[in-house]
Design a protein. Structure first.
Length: 74
């Protein structure tokens, strides 16, 4: 019984199909990752802002700012 392998044409066609599919899918995955990263950043900014507002409300003081040694007034 003799086993038959793949021909060069079959291998080239298979590689071309995989490359084409990767070219279609990879940009979509990258765009989805960027969208998720942006949403995570905005959620973090929202959480920090909410925390600072609650701090100001509960302490009845301005929020300390380490960057300029001044206070931020919301």
């Amino acid at each position: 019984m003799k086993l038959r392998g793949f021909t060069v044409v079959e291998v080239v066609v298979a590689v071309a199909i995989v490359t084409l599919l990767a070219a279609i899918v990879i940009p979509d995955l990258w765009a989805a990752q960027q969208r998720i990263t942006g949403e995570m950043f905005m959620n973090s900014v929202h959480d920090i802002t909410t925390t600072l507002k609650l701090y100001k409300k509960r302490t009845l003081r301005t929020v300390p700012c380490a960057a300029r040694r001044t206070s931020i007034i919301f």
